[in-house]
Design a binder for this molecule. Structure first.
Ligand SMILES: [Zn+2]
Ligand SMILES: [Zn+2]
Length: 74
């Protein structure tokens, strides 16, 4: 699985500048999963959001390649 991580600045909980946004993409013949994770290695704060092609997540016109948490693209 390709992995894409970017430091996005200060953690909203502890304020340390190591808060990171990670993007993972999984693709098979009939399933696609795009998942986003924000994580702070210092205090453990973690937020995740995943879009699956077999659920209704993508029916709302969302772009799975834009982070729903911070708006960045891979
Ligand atoms: Zn933190
Ligand atoms: Zn993000």
């Amino acid at each position: 699985m390709p992995r894409n991580r970017r430091n996005i600045g200060e953690c909203p909980r502890c304020g340390k500048a190591s808060y990171a946004c990670s993007y993972n993409h999984f693709q098979s013949e009939d399933l696609r999963i795009d998942s986003w994770e924000h994580k702070c290695p210092d205090c453990g704060l973690r937020e995740t959001k995943a879009f699956r092609s077999d659920e209704d997540d993508l029916a709302e016109g969302l772009d799975p390649e834009v982070c729903p948490l911070c708006g960045r693209t891979p």
